[in-house]
Design a protein around this ligand. Structure first.
Ligand code: FAD
Length: 501
């Protein structure tokens, strides 16, 4: 099998690394990229699933973090989302501990309704540690029932350094990189299969399977295969971003910060050598110049470059796999970076592709249909989770927030929020990306407080409930006391080379 990856951003090099690791030596993998076009160069916050990807590659974690100027991420702090002045944390990992058949959050709801429980974030080691600037991975000899055993984390890293790191990895495993701009995509007139990409220098790169990682342009999947695009702007109104790095002025926080602004939201991603920032906004509600002013007025340190503008349409390719072309990364669609899901979707696309890889250049439509159905399922469930952040708000201080608060939401989201509001119940749908702890933290954080709870929690006596909640809070807090600060942990385990940012 002859595989051609077109594009060498995060998607291209993640695919090249994983395929070179997983496939046998009878497969040739070539990657075409153009330095002149470059990469999108953002995408610096991740979710914990990326650890499985790195483990599959056999990467050394300390080396990976150090080489990418990385830091650790225990979750995301959301400021001003539900209401101006509000703050909550969507932490990874677990919350409290379940008793009997009822989840912990049900005990918390009952306690909260009776004034016997504090903020939800007090009951999770991830969220308490994040707010106290502490970090360490779960010790290997501690069971998951102990709060320290349930720490879950992801990374922040420099996107350009990550692509470089993976490129080195893939090239060492035989991936051949071809520098050049694709001028033409050649197809077989009989069946429409792509047979080669022709470069501006006249070179032709032929293959059996093509992986389109050309970013928003979707050169093969859209330009040639005309897969179509489903626009989700009616639910996710932001369509532009400005990204700007600034000087680091304090130890890196072990979490991403997302602050809601008048026409969107601003990210802050702490790295070892600098801090990444960006304003994701809707061009229907704010001009580019105004957005730039808001962003630059809200940096922790001095800006290190001019803001980089990015335009996008939130949505998905109607088909991510058409004939012998599979799109990954931005070529397959884009969901804005509110919950750092894009790199994860590249990762899940790659593992799905590996599970459904055809044996030869001829692709059975059964494989394609299964792949496309799974991509859609994953994307729609993530979409709903993102829409929740915008819609579940009481903000009415700007036309943007009025729009978000009053817009119609997908029926699938409404079912989730109605059920939760009624009695705090939540059911994860198959293997959708975000689970109970994520949904509960965000629904509560955005101001959806259930009016009732699961009667199963009544098995605990009214006297025991406040004691149970207080003991969890206490144990979590004492365990966080034992943790080093994020800065101490990085300095000890994975310091990056000192560079001018
Ligand atoms: P690109 O980086 O655009 O790479 C495209 C490649 O295709 C380049 O190598 C280019 O040279 C090549 N190419 C294009 N055309 C041709 C041609 N004609 N010939 C040859 N080569 C060609 N994701 C997260 O997970 N977390 C985040 O925090 C996050 N933040 C984001 C913030 C913003 C504002 C945006 C827009 C995205 C963010 N993302 C985030 C998404 C993330 O940046 C992307 O998923 C990731 O960078 C993958 O990009 P890509 O490789 O698909 O495309």
């Amino acid at each position: 099998m002859n595989i051609v990856i077109v594009g060498g951003g995060t998607a291209g090099w993640m695919a090249a690394s994983a395929l070179s690791r997983a496939l046998n030596r009878h497969t040739t993998i070539r990657l075409v990229e153009s330095d002149e076009i470059g990469i999108v160069g953002v995408g610096e916050a991740t979710v914990p699933h990326i650890k499985a990807f790195n483990q599959m590659l056999g990467l050394n974690e300390a080396q990976f973090v150090s080489r990418t100027q990385g830091s650790f991420k225990l979750g995301i702090e959301f400021r001003d989302w539900g209401r101006l002045g509000d703050s909550y944390v969507h932490g990874f990992g677990t919350m409290g501990h379940d008793v009997g058949l009822a989840s912990f959050h049900q005990y918390w709801i009952k306690g909260r309704l009776r004034g016997q429980a504090s903020d939800l974030l007090d009951y999770s080691v991830n969220t308490v540690a994040a707010m106290r600037g502490k970090f360490m991975p779960a010790p290997v000899d501690v069971p998951a029932s102990n709060p320290l055993g349930s720490i879950a984390y992801a990374y922040h890293f420099d996107a350009a350094l990550y692509a470089r790191f993976l490129r080195e990895y893939a090239e060492q495993r035989g991936v051949k990189r071809i520098e050049g701009k694709v001028r033409e995509v050649v197809t077989n007139p009989e069946n429409g299969y792509v047979t080669a990409v022709r470069l501006e220098n006249g070179e032709s790169v032929s293959g059996d399977l093509f992986i389109d990682c050309t970013g928003f342009r979707g050169l093969l999947i859209e330009g040639t295969c005309e897969a179509g695009y489903e626009d989700w702007k009616q639910w996710l109104p932001c369509d532009r971003a400005l990204a700007v790095p600034c000087a680091k002025v304090a130890p890196p926080t072990p979490y991403t910060r997302s602050t809601a602004r008048g026409a969107g939201w601003q990210w802050r991603i702490p790295l070892q050598h600098r801090t990444g920032n960006g304003y994701v906004y809707s061009s229907d509600f704010i001009s580019d110049d105004e957005a730039a002013s808001v962003l630059l007025a809200n940096l922790d340190g001095a800006k290190l470059a001019d803001p980089k503008p990015l335009r996008f349409t939130t949505g998905i390719r109607r088909k991510a796999w058409v004939r012998n072309v599979v799109a990954l990364g931005l070529a397959s669609g884009f969901m804005e970076p509110l919950e750092s899901t894009s790199i994860h979707m590249i990762q899940s696309g790659i593992s799905r592709l590996l599970q459904l890889l055809p044996e030869s250049g001829h692709v059975d439509p059964l494989l394609i249909d299964r792949y496309n159905a799974q991509v859609r399922f994953e994307a729609e469930r993530i979409r709903d989770f993102l829409v929740l952040h915008y819609n579940a708000t009481s903000r009415n201080d700007t036309p943007f927030w009025d729009h978000c608060r009053t817009m119609a939401v997908p029926d699938t989201l409404k079912e989730y929020t109605d059920l939760f509001r009624h009695s705090g119940r939540f059911f994860r749908n198959a293997d959708e990306m975000f689970g109970l702890v994520s949904w509960v933290q965000v629904m509560v954080g955005q101001g959806i407080m259930p009016t009732g709870y699961d009667p199963l929690v009544d098995q605990m006596s009214d006297e025991d409930l406040p004691r149970f909640l207080a003991s969890i809070r206490d144990v979590v807090s004492k365990n966080v006391d034992l943790m080093p600060t994020h800065e101490q942990f990085i300095a000890r385990e994975c310091p990056a080379p000192q560079v001018a940012a």
